[in-house]
Write a protein that binds this ligand. Structure first.
Ligand code: FMN
Length: 100
């Protein structure tokens, strides 16, 4: 994994319920160098199915009721996105991280 350089960068802070894909893409369009996603808890990632969405060029993490818990657009966000994983258990967090 490549390291992100944080020095002298414009960064969109993580904000729960705000930093979904549309906000992150707008921030990138208007000059952000790095964008954080909202905090997402490990249980949600573990419960979700990872789907490649060729129609709109995203990777989606979708629950059985079709709720999208996380959506990223690799073409626009790769090497600029920080995923913030919420957890209270290191092993569970590792399992979730390996699903990303
Ligand atoms: C609505 C809202 C949601 C936030 N959600 C998160 C979050 O999910 N994770 C996190 O680490 N910080 C979260 N924060 C904290 C912000 O990332 C940021 O650290 C804080 O607003 C201070 O930023 P400032 O020093 O630029 O004012 C949130 C802040 C706000 C206002």
């Amino acid at each position: 994994m490549e390291k992100l350089e944080f020095h002298n960068k414009v960064i969109l802070a993580p904000m729960v319920r705000i930093c979904g894909l549309p906000t992150r893409l707008l921030a990138l369009r208007y000059g952000a160098d790095i964008v954080y996603c909202e905090e997402i808890i490990d249980f949600k990632i573990l419960a979700a199915e990872r789907r490649v969405n060729d129609l709109i060029g995203t990777i989606d993490y979708v629950l059985t009721d079709e709720t999208i818990v996380f959506r990223t657009c690799p073409e626009l966000e790769k090497k600029k996105l920080v995923f913030q994983l919420g957890t209270s258990d290191a092993e569970r967090a590792l399992k979730a991280a390996k699903k990303m």
